[in-house]
Design a protein around this ligand. Structure first.
Ligand code: SAM
Ligand code: SF4
Length: 480
């Protein structure tokens, strides 16, 4: 890949159209594929499910075939196939993180969001560095090791510096021996230069949700501000990758337009990145629109996705991109989150607040971005995961060892990453149990660790036991 100068600012001439335009987004093709697969076809569905279980991913056409499923019988077969793939690749590990909202200032008019510029029902606030450090301390005291830093699209001071300082402030906090080991970010699109600065400040994943890939809907939903340009947003990952950020997180805001169209467009986006950079996305987030203060649209989304379709969607994604993590936030209820864990979700947030200052201060809701569906604390989520046979993981090993982007996928695709993730999940869970859990939770957790060890193949078990011994003898932050 050729290194480029700092040209990719909006409006400037560019060498590759894909750096500012969604050249790969082909709405007509999506419509055609959807029309050809609108009816359930049992033979085709079973053929696609059989191929899905081979862990090689699926084509757009295959995904559309699965979207046509309507009978309970084939729905069950889809769920079983997704569960098998999930277990094969991710075992019983679930990665945990906390969102950290640093600012709700915003210059955009996204009709579904409480932070939009003209909404006077929300009190505005950008945390200063001391406040960001205090939020980080509260998150650390819960036991978290990774955060997702989130902000609206308008930063106090000059340009990106506020964001860069905030990342440093989070990494700098020490609470006893503990610190945040990975800061992922969910921010507005940037130029190549600004992405390079983010990279220099050691971000983990750069996450950005396209919201909708359907051009007419995008125009209706984003009335003004920089975000009203679909192409600038949809080309963000190209610029991020040119700047050397190879872990990118995609997402959609389900409910704005037909979930089938959106998901096929997401597949086109992934295919484009794979073709151009040799790696697609590291994670996919699947938020559904939740009620938000001052937004009528958020209370009655134009294309609300039913629970049934939502579960189907998660299962289909699991088969379509088996090695891409699927993230489920606390927008969803505990019951839905629990079901999606079986079908494909590999990362969840817990104990979340979506208002700047929400962890340290009592007033939770007047500055929040949307309503939460799951209000449980991290401790409660951890306990519930254990009760359902999952191992909560606080691992940040891959990122710390530079196993990102294509390097990560090159290990994941032949099935080699499991031998790293499984021991790291156990050692970070053990840290959590020793440092943060109640006696009762520790007892249950130790039982879950023992059960997981006994089901492991010999070599991975030995590596896990070594890491566990280190943690039990007082070492922290050990990984392989
Ligand atoms: N401002 C940046 C942007 O829009 O890309 C980044 C942060 S924004 C706070 C994070 C995400 O929240 C948005 O991309 C959108 O998908 C989601 N969001 C906004 N309003 C929502 C709502 N009412 N329910 C659920 N998610 C919402
Ligand atoms: Fe601003 Fe992001 Fe909310 Fe849109 S979704 S109003 S850009 S914070």
């Amino acid at each position: 890949m050729r290194e480029r100068a700092a040209w990719a600012r909006k409006g400037e001439d560019v060498e590759n159209a894909a750096d500012t335009k969604a050249t790969w987004l082909d709405g007509e093709k999506i419509e055609k594929i959807l029309a050809s697969c609108s009816q359930e076809n049992a033979a085709k569905v079973r053929d696609v499910l059989a191929r899905g279980k081979e862990l090689k991913g699926l084509s757009l056409q295959d995904v559309a075939v699965l979207m046509g499923i309507s009978s309970p019988e084939l729905t069950s077969e889809l769920y079983l196939a997704a569960k098998a793939v999930k277990e094969e690749i991710y075992g019983n590990r679930i990665v945990l993180f906390a969102p950290l909202y640093i600012s709700n200032l915003c210059s955009n008019e996204c009709l579904y969001c409480a932070f939009r510029k003209s909404n006077r029902a929300v009190s505005r606030r950008a945390l200063n560095m001391a406040e960001i450090a205090e939020e980080t301390r509260v998150i650390l005291r819960q036991g978290h090791k990774r955060v997702l830093m989130v902000a609206g699209e308008s930063y106090p001071g000059s340009g990106i510096d506020y964001v860069l300082d905030a990342i440093d402030a989070i990494y700098d906090v020490r609470e006893g021996e503990s610190c945040i080991r990975r800061v992922n970010v969910n921010l507005a699109p940037l130029s190549v230069d600004d992405f390079r600065s983010l990279k220099e400040h050691s971000i983990g994943t750069f996450q950005l949700f396209q919201e909708t890939y359907h051009r007419p809907t995008y125009r209706q939903m984003h009335l003004s501000g920089p975000k009203s340009d679909l192409d600038w947003r949809a080309s963000s990952f190209d610029r991020a990758m040119l700047a050397g950020i190879d872990d990118v997180g995609m997402g959609l805001l389900y409910g704005l337009y037909d979930w089938r169209y959106e998901t096929l467009a997401l597949m086109q986006h992934i295919a484009h990145l794979e073709e151009r950079f040799g790696v697609g996305c590291h994670t996919i987030s699947v938020p559904r629109i939740e009620p938000a203060v001052g937004s009528d649209l958020a209370s009655s989304p134009p294309h609300a996705v039913s629970d049934r379709d939502f579960l189907k969607l998660v299962a289909i994604l699991r088969l379509a991109v088996p090695y891409t993590g699927i993230i489920m936030s606390t927008r969803e209820s505990a019951a839905i989150r629990s079901l999606t864990l079986e079908l494909g979700v590999s990362q969840i947030s817990a104990g979340s607040r979506t208002n700047p200052g929400g962890y340290s201060e009592e007033s939770q809701f007047e500055a929040a971005q949307f309503q939460l569906g799951d209000h449980r604390s991290l401790a409660e989520v951890v306990q519930d995961l254990g009760a359902h046979g999952f191992i909560p993981s606080f691992c940040t090993g891959c990122y710390r060892l530079g196993r990102t982007g294509k390097d990560f996928m090159d290990l994941a695709k032949p099935g080699l990453i499991k031998a790293k993730c499984a021991p790291n999940a156990l050692s970070t869970f053990e840290e959590y149990l020793l440092d943060y859990a109640t006696d009762e939770a520790r007892l249950a957790g130790e039982g879950a660790i023992a059960a997981t060890l006994s089901g492991m193949e010999e070599r991975t078990r030995r590596v896990s036991e070594k890491l566990l011994d280190k943690v039990r003898s007082g070492q922290r932050d050990v990984y392989c």
